[in-house]
Design a protein around this ligand. Structure first.
Ligand SMILES: *Cc1c(COP(=O)(O)O)cnc(C)c1O
Length: 379
């Protein structure tokens, strides 16, 4: 075995065909393919409205705006997430209140959420880390008790199941990312799901300059040249080219999901009984399913190698790994702005985690090789 990359995209012939069709169609930006993608994606996950946007970050930005978040509002959010979850809060003027995570799921700890609620708290932003759902019943209950909005960052949670339903089938606003490494990709892209039709319309307007309905088709045969700007919006729309990549990927999403379940099980079989390792666990709720966006292992304190040594040794063996995530309260901007934040579980987990290659075309031979190298390092 020469090497295993951290990630290898899986683009089927069907995707090439769909993109080719769009390029030949005479209409390459937001149009019928986006509509079809929005409809199929939201229907598959059990939602009623999908608004496709240019990135997961854009999805979060719009979700924060339509949730009414504004200057001075406190928002409870994990530090243990990608920076865009937090950055977009800053752009609406809200104050991120970093919250610690549960050591088993690595998602928000409901007990710590409640400790951080103040009269200024307006919302909770949930991240379904690596593809496992946060404890949504408890979080929704807290939100109800304290009259808070809940926004779900589901960038890792395409096809994650929580107590019998998919993430996205809920009354909260749910944001997906279709970045290149995500479980479903359009190269770049995102989607907001909401069951509130009014909210969906506002998100759509905001994603297109705040221009009145149907302005997107002003250059088509049936389009109108007239348009009206109702309020200043953004340029966050997805193109038909990207949507067609997504449509192609949707056709084998179930297949890809099933493969990920198998890959996680194969990793676990090979890495079991290593005394220095915590393996990622299945969801602790009934009728729930992990999406296995990431396969994140953790070194115990007793391990004779540090996480850095582990990364370097795997790198020498040609194995790509990554760390998800460097907590945001440890990043320069947030460290300077919010001094003396202590999140014991987040910090401990960050120091010991490592994400292994996890993509639907990884082979059993590759999993074998990676597992053997890890066993060698920990011996
Ligand atoms: C990838 C990711 C995002 C951002 O998505 P983009 O499409 O890259 O803008 C947000 N949150 C989390 C947790 C992510 O992993």
């Amino acid at each position: 075995m020469k090497s295993v990359p951290f990630y290898r995209p899986n683009i089927s012939e069907d995707v090439f065909r769909q993109v080719n069709d769009v390029l030949h169609s005479g209409w390459i930006t937001t149009g019928t393919k986006v509509k079809e993608f929005e409809y199929k994606f939201s229907a598959m996950l059990g939602s009623t409205n999908g608004i496709a946007v240019s990135s997961g970050t854009a999805a979060l930005h719009l979700a924060y705006i339509v949730s009414g978040l504004k200057k001075g509002d406190e928002v409870i959010v994990p530090s243990f997430t990608f920076c865009s979850t937090i950055n977009m809060l800053i752009h609406v003027g809200a104050i991120p209140v970093f919250c610690d995570i549960d050591e088993q799921t690595l998602c928000l700890d409901p007990l710590d959420i409640e400790h951080r609620i103040t009269p200024k708290t307006k919302a909770i932003v949930v991240v379904h880390y690596a593809g496992i759902s946060a404890d949504m019943d408890k979080i929704n209950e807290l939100a109800k008790k304290y009259h808070l909005k809940v926004i779900e960052d589901a960038a890792h949670a395409f096809m994650t199941k929580y107590k019998g339903h998919y993430i996205g089938n809920t009354n909260n606003i749910v944001c997906f990312s279709f970045y290149a490494t995500k479980n479903l990709t359009t190269a770049e892209g995102g989607m907001v799901l909401t069951k509130n039709k009014k909210q969906a319309e506002r998100i759509r307007l905001l994603s297109m300059h705040g221009m009145s309905k149907n302005s997107w088709n002003r250059y088509t045969k049936d389009g109108q040249w007239k348009y009206d700007v109702l309020f200043p919006g953004f340029k966050y729309n997805l193109t038909d080219i990207h949507a067609s990549i997504g449509l192609g990927q949707l056709n084998y999403a179930q297949n890809s999901h099933t493969k990920r379940l198998t890959i996680a099980a194969e990793y676990k079989k090979r890495l079991v009984n290593l005394p220095d390792l915590f393996l990622p666990e299945d969801p602790p709720y009934k009728d729930s399913e992990h999406a296995w966006h990431l396969f994140t292992i953790r070194l115990k304190d007793t391990a004779r190698v540090t996480r850095e040594e582990m990364i370097n040794k795997l790198k020498s063996a040609g194995i790509g790994t990554s760390v998800h995530f460097i907590p945001n309260h440890m990043q320069s901007y947030y460290r300077k702005r919010f001094k003396k934040i202590k999140l014991p579980i987040t910090e401990k987990v960050y120091g010991s985690i490592l994400s292994l290659p996890m993509f639907d075309t990884i082979t059993i031979n590759e999993i074998d090789y990676i597992s053997k190298e890890i066993r060698k390092i920990l011996k």
